[in-house]
Design a protein around this ligand. Structure first.
Ligand code: UDX
Ligand code: UDX
Length: 454
């Protein structure tokens, strides 16, 4: 069997590498229009940082895992085609700022149609608005030829930083297909791929629309938990309740559960905001304005939390950060990835620059992405791989990403090198705040009482 994946990004690359590893008899090819990206995958120096990924790619590369830019030829040769191209939020026209931009998606559908001379199963891997599969099916059926296409929805639930573990041992695999003979056969073929390593009871099959909506719904629920705990973090700061204690107390209720209750400067990543805005737009399109407003608030709360973080920094530092050096520890949207898409650090850095602070950014994996995100700020931001050098002469440190390395630094040494009074704003509650306070820092966590030496 020949499997093809169109789109060699954070989703397509790791997912196909895992299929290649677990199904040695299947030939897996990944194509992308970005030739640099493909060259990097081929060279073994991967275009994304993901723990454990390199070992999987090294094991399979040129055995049954191949990367190519020849999209047309690979489409012709494939039996099953995963589509994992990006579907960013529209920046223009109807639905700008909320709806998904489906131009790459439709272009890909037309390219599949143009290059197919044998029947294909087409698998939506990208997260898409509900009923996109129907649109794709109509485009594929518009050729009038004898080639048959069956469209399935198989959304990916991996999280960055833990992608390999998530792919190896998923909570569930979700496959949506049509309840027709051809649909059931196509679903069966995809189930057989995953069944090489995923227990059958964890492979769920649904109709296509349920699979599409479940992906949006899962991300909306996860983001909603973060916004809920962040809403409470503001109340904790005002009342001397402690968000860690509250999260522990509610998380021990088995109906609530302990995960995804870490208060933070806000959620980031390529999916949460985009998918919720998509859901909001869909609700509005069906005239469901209350449902739309409900989900919109999850995003609004997240924006507010980031703005609140900066307001708190400025307020605590005597209402001015102008001319002050501020070190951002971490820029990735979460630890163990170099990905900075929608990272709260972007908004925080921009606002600090507007306040005329001198911002210096350090991150173990995300500095080049950070420089791209902030390139229009020019030399008002500097990039420094060494956290000790970043903190040298700084008035404040703001922890933006919960990288383990930042919890392990010598803060006595850092304190000695900083301006006084020295401030720490722990946007992830990842540092030993009491120990920092004992050193002499003024420490402000999320949903924590201020630990102030002044
Ligand atoms: C992203 C989102 O995270 C996911 O939710 C969405 O559903 C699909 O897009 P990701 O893999 O993280 O997934 O995106 P990205 O790393 O941007 O990869 C997409 C790849 O598709 C890029 O490498 C891009 O060059 C490629 N692409 C895009 C094509 O090959 N052809 C196109 O026409 C458009
Ligand atoms: C998410 C989903 O988890 C995954 O299933 C889907 O396929 C893609 O979107 P990802 O964005 O890679 O994955 O990371 P995730 O671990 O979900 O974190 C998202 C954001 O929420 C990060 O910025 C993270 O720091 C933040 N977060 C998460 C919190 O602020 N607090 C928490 O308790 C958990």
């Amino acid at each position: 069997m020949n499997i093809l994946c169109i789109g060699a990004g954070y989703v397509g690359g790791p997912t196909m590498a895992m299929i290649a590893r677990k199904c040695p008899a299947v030939k897996v090819t990944v194509v992308d229009i970005n030739a640099d990206r493909i060259a990097q995958w081929q060279s073994g120096s991967l275009p994304i940082y993901e723990p454990g990924l390199k070992a999987v790619v090294d094991e399979c590369l040129n055995r049954n895992l191949f990367f190519s830019t020849d999209v047309d030829r690979e489409i012709a040769a494939a039996d099953m085609i995963f589509v994992s191209v990006n579907t960013p939020t529209k920046t223009f026209g109807q639905g700008a700022g909320r709806a998904a931009d489906l131009q790459y998606w439709e272009k890909t559908a037309r390219q599949i149609l143009a290059n197919s001379t044998s029947d294909k199963i087409v698998v939506e891997k990208s997260t898409l608005p509900v009923r996109t599969a129907a649109a794709m099916q109509r485009i594929l059926d518009s050729g009038g030829g004898t080639v048959k296409f069956e469209v399935l929805s198989n959304p990916e639930f991996l999280a960055e930083g833990t992608a390999i573990a998530d792919l190896e041992n998923p909570d569930r695999v979700l496959i949506g297909g049509h309840d027709t003979e051809a649909g059931r056969k196509a679903v069966g073929a995809l189930v057989d791929i995953y069944a090489h390593w995923v227990p059958r009871e964890r492979i769920l099959t649904t109709n296509v629309w349920s699979a599409e909506l479940s992906k949006l719904a899962a991300n909306a629920f996860l983001a909603q938990r973060v916004s809920s705990i962040n809403a409470l973090s503001a109340l904790c700061e005002a009342t001397e309740a402690d968000i860690g204690e509250v999260a522990r107390a509610i998380g021990m209720d088995s109906r609530i559960g302990p995960r995804f209750l870490n208060a933070s400067v806000g959620f980031g990543g390529s999916c949460f905001k985009k998918d919720i805005l998509n859901l909001v737009y869909l609700c509005e399109s069906y005239g469901l304005s209350e449902s739309a407003a409900y989900w919109q608030q999850v995003v609004s709360m997240n924006d507010w939390q980031q703005d609140r973080f900066v307001r708190n920094m400025v307020g605590r530092m005597f209402n001015t950060v102008s001319g002050k050096r501020i070190a951002l520890f971490g820029f990735a949207f979460k630890k163990d990835t170099g990905d900075t898409r929608e990272s709260p650090a972007i908004r925080v850095a921009r606002q600090l620059v507007e306040e005329r602070a001198e911002v210096v950014i350090t991150d173990p994996k995300a500095l080049s992405n950070a420089a791209q995100d902030l390139n229009n700020l020019g030399d008002r931001v500097t990039y420094e791989p060494d956290p000790y050098a970043a903190a040298q002469g700084a008035h404040a440190i703001a922890l933006m990403t919960e990288w383990d390395c930042y919890a392990e630094l010598d803060y006595q040494r850092i304190y000695a090198a900083m301006m006084k009074p020295a401030f720490v704003f722990d946007g992830r509650n990842r540092l030993d705040q009491q120990a920092l306070f004992n050193i002499g820092f003024n420490v402000y966590g999320m949903g924590k009482s201020a630990l102030s030496n002044i």
